[in-house]
Design a protein around this ligand. Structure first.
Ligand code: FES
Length: 99
């Protein structure tokens, strides 16, 4: 998908915080930071779960096996780790984690 543009929108609940067009595979937390949206991160390597957010719409490829910061329950709730996962298509993200 290199060269194609995806649109990533960040929400806090119903409130739209930012809408960004991206053309390279950038982790959500980095996209958010560039857009001035604050998502807390800690390990930035998929281990701690600090950067958990909720995917409302869109496509994200999950690593197999799941990183330590995610489990099947969280995935069922739309949970993704924003420090290390990237949008594969247009994505809407709620920065309130599914906990
Ligand atoms: S910051 Fe630790 S899992 Fe993302």
């Amino acid at each position: 998908m290199s060269g194609t543009k995806s649109k990533v929108r960040f929400f806090r609940g119903p409130e739209l915080l930012a809408s960004v067009k991206i053309s390279s595979k950038t982790p959500f937390a980095q996209i958010a930071e560039n857009a001035g949206v604050d998502i807390p991160t800690n390990c930035t390597s998929g281990n701690c779960g600090t950067c958990l957010v909720r995917l409302i719409n869109g496509l994200v490829k999950l690593p197999e096996p799941l990183p330590p910061g995610l489990d099947e329950y969280l995935v069922d709730q739309g949970g993704i780790l924003s420090c290390c996962l990237v949008p594969e298509d247009d994505c809407d993200i709620d920065i309130i984690p599914p906990l």
